[in-house]
Write a protein that binds this ligand. Structure first.
Ligand code: APR
Length: 244
């Protein structure tokens, strides 16, 4: 695989690099994406029945069990070469920010340091009422576990449709997108806001935009470089070509 000279030169002088990732970067680890035809989770499940506060209100057990099932799936996988290539990239660029929509925690598991989790983390559980986080809960099969502090229902610490993103993570992500000299968009369909607007914000600030995705996205027309393929193959090859 070879890469345009212009991109290689730009990356070698980059001082401030921001990367946005989505479910596609974890697909080669064995986790399903959301919107891939047939295989995506939303091809089989209805997001409004499982990933919204209304759904949790309506049937907390159904929602709890679905996330418990996904949490087990995440426990069964490991980072792939795409995750590790981003760890390598972080070591070569003075200012590096990894903004992820993924709740699987695989970037940190791979060794990435400056990670912003825009949509939370499925391994974390908190009280739906008093927000107390907990590492341990009774996994009794009959009902959703309760908070030991206020008795409220426990829920996964992920952002559901219609909920606000964690303010500190979002503000830092917007700041990174607006100040970077190179912005990567990797393994995301670019249809969920506000994450989907970060690439456009970087483009409008004159950053070089690089897209790595299995298929074109709304960001493709704005990207200076687009690579349509597997991030677990393209990223390691790019990092090797640029930094050896
Ligand atoms: N390498 C690169 N890209 C890939 C790969 C791969 N191996 N496999 C799939 N893709 C691409 C798909 O073509 C698709 O465009 O990854 C993208 C994944 O898009 P989505 O499934 O929509 O996932 P994402 O963009 O992360 O979704 C955003 O939506 O459902 C909510 O909260 C959830 O964080 C999620 C958000």
């Amino acid at each position: 695989m070879s890469f345009p000279e212009g991109l290689i030169a730009q990356l070698r002088i980059s001082k401030n690099l921001a990367v946005l990732t989505g479910a596609g970067v974890s697909k080669e680890s064995g986790l399903r994406t959301f919107r891939d035809a047939q295989t995506g989770l939303w091809a089989q499940y209805k997001p409004h029945e499982l990933a919204s506060p209304e759904a949790f209100q309506r049937d907390p057990k159904l929602v709890w069990d679905w996330y418990a099932w996904r949490r087990e799936a995440v426990k069964g996988v490991r980072p792939n070469p795409g995750h590790y290539a981003l760890v390598g990239m972080e070591k070569h660029v003075p200012d590096f920010t990894l903004i992820t929509q993924n709740v699987d925690g695989l970037h940190r598991m791979a060794g990435s340091q400056n990670v912003l989790e825009l949509h939370g983390n499925i391994q974390r559980v908190r009280c739906a009422d008093c927000y107390t986080f907990t590492e341990v809960w009774d996994d009794d099969t009959e009902s959703v576990p309760h908070c030991k502090v206020c008795g409220g229902l426990l829920r996964p610490d992920v952002v559901w449709f219609g909920e606000s993103l964690p303010r500190d993570q979002l503000e830092a992500a917007v700041q990174a997108a607006r100040s970077c000299d190179v912005f990567f968009s990797i393994g995301t369909s670019g249809v969920v806001q506000p994450a989907a607007s970060l690439g456009f914000a970087a483009h409008n600030r004159g950053a070089v935009v690089v897209e790595i995705n299995a298929e074109p996205t709304p960001l493709t027309p704005k990207a200076n470089y687009s690579f349509h393929g597997k991030s677990g193959e393209i990223l390691p090859a790019l990092v090797k070509e640029v930094w050896g």
